[in-house]
Write a protein that binds this ligand. Structure first.
Ligand code: C2O
Length: 537
């Protein structure tokens, strides 16, 4: 492959949305940020220069980072942050991956505005396993707050309560023509199309805290790829993406003429918003159709439309072709069961005398003050322990009467895995406070989603329904509210790898942990040494 060089200047810039103006952190002054283009096998060098008065890091979400954990990006997990005035070159190779991924800040809540697409094309002269599109379009879905997002989360942490929800969702940076703010009517995103042509939409959910449905009025969408892994194509009118997930679809412009509304709308209701009016809109406009010609709208699915959500999720299968086989681990070396959920801890200084916390297996993760990967590589003791519980330490039963498993302890605890071990991880939602999905993201790996169900996972009967043939392969999975999801992966990437809920608020509250994967014995089985410009804490 070739080498691609990018420069990311992190700078503040003023943007006006929803009729009000604020300064936001951006890359190169763009919101959403620049798209990073490469081909499978290419090496990418991104020099990130910090021109803002606070720490930043950038994560390349879904990039495997084989043996290059130093370039992964989560602050205090794989690196110390890039301090004001400093820079760092992220250096990684796109091995065995092609499709849509994305990059985002991975510190505090900066990813609200510091994010953009990664488009990895197949190797030169290698076709897509689906009909070639006439044109490709990136659609980044996100959220917009009128107030400063760092203030939003800091306020929530001080009060112990949930943070305010966003004021709008956005499609390519705009709330859209139906957002209700007169000035945004002009600036919604428009996709011009020609009748009869085929478009590949590369859709990314970069929202902080919301699963989103996606629809295009008058058009069916054929799903061909998720999280940079090809799928068996299937056609639907509604997509569901959790924060962190990407979906590629083919859209054929077959309506002849007119203007068609695109919607991105929340899946679950937010406790703070009685009637949600934050649906983002954009338009698909046929050539020769003037702005005033007939506009076809679509009704987004109602909130909590779990049937729509599960029918989409259940339709996803790996392509599993000869060229792209699904390499599902057939046996399991480490069988883990993690509970994921929210709880409450006493807090004397908080508004209600209590604070919302989140945990995995009753451990609310405490961020260290130095990077875990460095502590691991240089054998620094006292930074973390490797005794993360592989099973819930307290008995649980979330669907019937107690025990309820409410206790939360804190710690910087990791789970250690030998090189190349196969891991099965069942994620059990606890739904203790209320119904909520948890989009769980694993760094450094793709995993196969071998099963899911409602209620309690039963280690005796549940595995009999696992799909070990063509389960979907991805890097982020929504664990259903009051249910469970089982994933499998092979630990063939040495390093320290973050696992966390991609709802930023849940991560902040502690719904995170990390795996430490040891080096193997053979050549090319160990973590590479850290680059010279790796920031220090
Ligand atoms: Cu896209 Cu650790 O996240």
């Amino acid at each position: 492959g070739s080498t691609r060089r990018y420069k990311f200047n992190v700078v503040e810039k003023k943007f006006t949305r929803l009729c009000s103006t604020k300064s936001i952190a951006t890359v190169n002054g763009q919101f959403p940020g620049p798209t990073l283009y490469a081909r499978e096998g290419d090496t990418v060098l991104v020099k990130v220069v910090n021109h803002v008065p606070y720490n930043v890091t950038i994560h390349w979400h879904g990039v495997r980072q084989l043996r290059t954990g130093w370039a992964d990006g989560p602050a205090y997990i794989t690196q110390c942050p890039i301090q004001p005035g400093q820079n760092y070159v992220y250096n990684f190779t796109l091995t065995g991956q092609r499709g849509t991924l994305w990059w985002h800040a991975h510190i505090s809540w900066l990813r609200a505005t510091v994010h953009g697409a990664i488009v990895v094309l197949p190797k030169r002269n290698v076709p897509y396993p689906f009909p070639a599109p006439h044109k490709e379009v990136v659609l980044v879905l996100a959220e917009w707050w009128k107030s400063d997002t760092e203030a939003v989360i800091n306020e929530a942490l001080n009060s112990g309560l949930a943070p305010n929800v966003s004021d709008a969702h956005t499609i390519n940076g705009h709330a859209g023509p139906l957002s209700g703010c007169s000035s945004s009517a002009r600036d919604g995103f428009t996709l011009p199309v020609d009748n009869g042509k085929r478009y590949l939409l590369r859709i990314i959910n970069a929202a902080l805290n919301e699963d989103l449905f996606f629809k295009v009025a008058g058009h069916q969408l054929t799903v061909v790829e998720v999280d940079a892994a090809y799928t068996k194509p299937f056609t639907t009118d509604t997509l569901l993406l959790t924060p962190g997930q990407t979906t590629n679809v083919l859209l054929t412009a077959g309506q002849g003429a007119g203007t068609y509304i695109v919607t991105a709308s929340p899946f679950m209701d937010s406790p703070l918003v009685a009637v949600d009016n934050r649906t983002a809109t954009a338009t698909v406009r046929y050539a020769n159709s003037v702005a005033t010609s007939a506009v076809t709208t679509t009704k987004p699915p109602p909130q909590n439309a779990t049937t729509v959500a599960s029918s989409f999720t259940d339709s996803l299968r790996s392509l599993n072709s000869q060229q792209h086989p699904a390499k599902v681990p057939a046996t399991v070396d480490h069988s883990l069961l993690f509970t994921v959920g929210l709880g409450v801890n006493p807090c004397a200084t908080c508004a209600n005398g209590s604070r919302v916390v989140a945990d995995i297996n009753n451990v609310s993760f405490v961020m260290p003050t130095t990077a875990l990967l460095q502590a691991h590589y240089f054998n620094v003791s006292g930074v973390f322990t490797d005794d993360f519980p592989g099973q819930p330490p307290i008995a649980f039963n979330y669907t019937g009467s107690g025990p309820r498993n409410l206790q939360t302890m804190s710690g910087t605890r990791l789970y250690r895995v030998p090189y190349n071990a196969s891991v099965q991880l069942v994620l059990q939602d606890t739904g203790i406070i209320g119904p909520e999905n948890h989009p769980i993201h694993l760094h450094g790996y793709n995993f196969f989603v071998v099963g899911r169900g409602v209620g309690n996972y039963d280690p005796k009967s549940s595995p009999s329904n696992f799909n070990l043939v063509d389960p979907i392969e991805r890097n982020t999975i929504g664990v259903p509210s009051g249910g469970w999801t089982a994933i499998r992966f092979r630990a063939d990437n040495p390093g320290v790898w973050f696992l966390h809920c991609h709802f930023e608020v849940h991560t902040t509250w502690g719904l995170k942990m990390a795996f430490v994967v040891d080096d193997g014995e053979g050549p090319n089985q160990s973590l590479l040494p850290p680059p010279n410009d790796l920031p220090s804490c």
